[in-house]
Design a protein around this ligand. Sequence first.
Ligand SMILES: [Zn+2]
Ligand SMILES: [Zn+2]
Length: 152
Amino acid sequence: MRNHEKTLEIFKDRLREQGIRITHQRLEILREVVRSKGHPSIAEVFHAVRQRIPPLSLDTVYRTMKKLSEMGLIHPVGYSSDGIRYDADGTPHHHFLCAVCGEAYDFRCPDLDTVPVPEEAMALGEVTGSRMEIRGICRKCLEERREKKGEQ
Ligand SMILES: [Zn+2]
Ligand SMILES: [Zn+2]
C-alpha cells in the first residue's frame, strides 16, 4: 500500500471513531489533502476536488479541513494569499516559511526532533506536537528578485 493510502485509511478510521459519516465529498477532500505533496490551502483543495466532483461548496471543504485540524490529523502551517496552509504529513519534520510567496518548505533535522517542549508552552494548553519554524525568503523568490533587478 502506498504511503498516502495508508494515511487515508488512518484518517477514515479516526473519522468513524468520532461518528463522522464519510460521504463521497469528504472522502475526496481527504484524498486530496493526503496526497498533496505540499501544504495546500483550503482554496487549493477546493479547486482540485471541484474538478472531480462539481457540486462541491467551499464551505464543505472549509468545515471538513477544520474538523481534521481540530482532530490533530492535519496541522496548520504558515499563510498564503488564500489563507492558512495545512500539512497532512505527521512524520517529524520542520518548516522553512517564505515571507514573499508564503510557501512552506519541509526539512528534516533529527536533532530538532528531540528538543523538549518548554514548560512555558505546556502551561498554555495541551501539547500535541512541536515543530521548528524558520522564516526567510526562499531561493525561488530570491532568484526572481535578482532577475527583476537585472532588468532595471
Ligand atoms: Zn518564496
Ligand atoms: Zn510540512
